[in-house]
Design a protein around this ligand. Structure first.
Ligand code: DOR
Ligand code: ZN
Length: 352
């Protein structure tokens, strides 16, 4: 079978995105809004988006930053802390402000200092979420410095996630940015329950840990969870291209300025919003699975979130596209996109 030169997909959604705030929001939002109809917006601002009122205000700032004429729906999330008020969270969910809540183990990643210090502390919050069907989105890494950075996801699954699902048998969970074969296996084992999903980033489909050190240290390929060995990348490609329901698109596009990345202690995050769909198309084509891209990008996510699939269609064409070298944020500040300056095989051509 020859691969197609044109793909028509229901408009995809990005189920994990960092839009930031202020000048950075203004600079990066147009990229996400151009390709995706909806996006799950991560709440790790400073200070975090923790209460319903914070999310209402942040959503307004996002909508105000949208280029004229763009139709894009930000789906807001609550940043869980040790002090999250279950009543406020439930009210935000009932009012349609919050779509889900995000669990950052304290200090696991960027702006997670206010995260949950011990999951036992938020048991009443999780019980309430299970009751009302509000999804829990999990950054699945243990924070114990004694655990090797490449093992933190697998250890989290064994010691925290497994017991958590047993304690809360009806809680709906998304394992965010899965990076290991262990995560894929865990999600598949629990798939029949319909209560677990997993997002997979484009960069974790395209790089393994060796790429981070290819010819020198590559700070723009450093993200959390960190890319793992090749066998894990292969497991992620297999999961994403399987078309199976629990696996869906979440870029985890996480912009930081060049200055914040290229320094003695660089920030974690890959900025993939500039050409997210082209990157995924590249990975799916390499796996001979372009026919499954729509399930992963446009169908499985809405099904998990109990939202309608998009009616609108978008087109990807087999036509080389060049990733921008830099995206300007403000005078003297820029973000360097993943695959900056490189040519990709596919181009996003807009609405069908
Ligand atoms: O690489 C990452 N960047 N991983 C995260 O979990 C957070 C994100 C960010 O906000 O920069
Ligand atoms: Zn993230």
């Amino acid at each position: 079978m020859t691969a197609p030169d044109r793909l028509v997909l229901r408009r995809p959604d990005d189920w994990h995105v960092h839009l930031r705030d202020g000048a950075m929001l203004k600079a990066v939002l147009p990229f996400t809004a151009r390709q995706f109809g909806r996006a799950i917006v991560m709440p790790n601002l400073k200070p975090p988006v923790a209460a319903t009122a914070d999310a209402v205000a942040y959503r307004d700032r996002i909508l105000a930053a949208l280029p004229d004429g763009t139709s894009f729906t930000p789906l807001m999330t609550a940043y869980l802390t040790d002090g999250t008020d279950p009543a406020d969270l439930a009210r935000g969910f009932a009012e349609g402000v919050f779509t889900a809540a995000k669990l950052y183990p304290a200090n696991a990643t960027t702006n997670s200092a206010h995260g949950v210090t011990d999951i036992a502390r938020i048991a009443p919050v999780l019980e309430r979420m299970a009751e009302i069907g509000m999804p829990l989105l999990i950054h699945g890494e243990v924070t114990d410095g004694a655990v090797d950075i490449f093992d933190r996801e697998a250890v989290f699954i064994d010691t925290i996630l497994g017991p958590l699902l047993e304690r809360h048998p009806t809680l709906r969970v998304v394992f965010e940015h899965a990076t290991t074969a262990e995560a894929v296996a865990f999600v598949k084992t629990h798939a029949a329950s319909g209560r677990i999903g997993a997002t997979i980033t484009a960069h974790h489909l395209l790089i393994n840990r060796s790429h981070i050190f290819q010819g020198g240290i590559r700070p723009h390929l450093y993200c959390l969870p960190i890319a793992k060995r090749e066998k894990h990348r292969v497991a992620l490609v297999e999961a994403a291209t399987s078309g199976e329901g629990p696996f869906f698109l979440g870029t985890d596009t996480a912009p930081h300025t060049v200055a914040a990345k290229e320094t003695a202690c660089g920030c974690a995050g890959c900025f993939t919003a500039a050409n997210a769909l082209e990157l995924y198309a590249e990975a799916f084509e390499e796996a001979g699975a372009l026919d499954r891209l729509e399930a992963f990008a446009s169908l499985n996510g809405p099904r998990f979130y109990r939202l309608p699939v998009a009616e609108e269609r978008v087109v990807l064409e087999r036509r080389p596209s060049v990733t921008p070298d830099l995206v300007l944020v403000s005078e003297g500040d820029a973000v360097l996109p993943f695959r900056s300056g490189e040519t990709l095989r596919w181009s996003f051509a807009g609405p069908a």
